[in-house]
Design a protein around this ligand. Structure first.
Ligand SMILES: [Zn+2]
Length: 191
């Protein structure tokens, strides 16, 4: 019987604000990169053992996960009332994936199976990456909707509350996605 692995994501939340800076309205900056961990083996069981041993774990038998690092900065100001005059949301997405070098130059049944497994992992993690993009858009929209207050401190706290609310709502997207896909199992990510 095939063994299933679970995949997790993480959300690191950073917030900062700029007191001064150029006034600019910009779309969220979203970057994507990969971090691989290499495994070895020549049988399926060895690969499974390696995944279990070398994988990122993260509280379970996680073999891949998508890290989401969101940050934003903003500037407040205005005449009479204090509003957000510029801001920038940034989302850095990092895919953590296994790599079995031998599969790249082989057409063996095991290599084919491995490649299929990794493709399914990618499909699953792409869903998390899309949630990360949606999170960045939601935070962007939430900050854009902040009204002006008489006191800049109120404006700043409104930004933080709105951004955190948007982030926690999006956090649920990942939980629901993992429930729906059984952490990728329903998308074929088993080896
Ligand atoms: Zn997942």
């Amino acid at each position: 019987m095939d063994r299933a692995f679970v995949y997790m994501r993480s959300l690191f939340f950073l917030a900062s604000f700029l007191v001064m800076g150029p006034i600019a309205w910009a779309k969220p900056v979203i970057t994507t990169r990969y971090e691989y961990y290499d495994i070895g083996g020549s049988t399926k069981q060895e690969l499974r053992d390696q995944l279990r041993k070398v994988g990122p774990h993260r509280g379970g038998e996680t073999v891949a996960y998508t890290e989401q690092n969101i940050s934003y900065n903003y500037q407040t100001g205005g005449m009479g009332a204090c509003g957000v005059v510029s801001y920038q949301v940034t989302m850095a997405i990092v895919y953590h994936m296994p790599r079995w070098q031998q599969a790249a130059n082989s057409s063996s049944p095991l290599a084919q199976e491995w490649n299929k497994f990794v493709q399914a992992l990618q499909i699953h993690e792409d869903g998390h990456a899309q949630n990360a993009r949606d999170t960045a858009q939601a935070v962007d929209k939430a900050i854009a909707a902040i009204p002006a207050f008489s006191d800049c401190r109120r404006t700043k706290s409104a930004v933080v509350v709105a951004a955190q609310k948007a982030i926690s709502q999006c956090d649920r997207l990942d939980t629901e996605y993992d429930q729906k896909t059984m952490h990728g199992i329903k998308q074929g990510s088993t080896l």
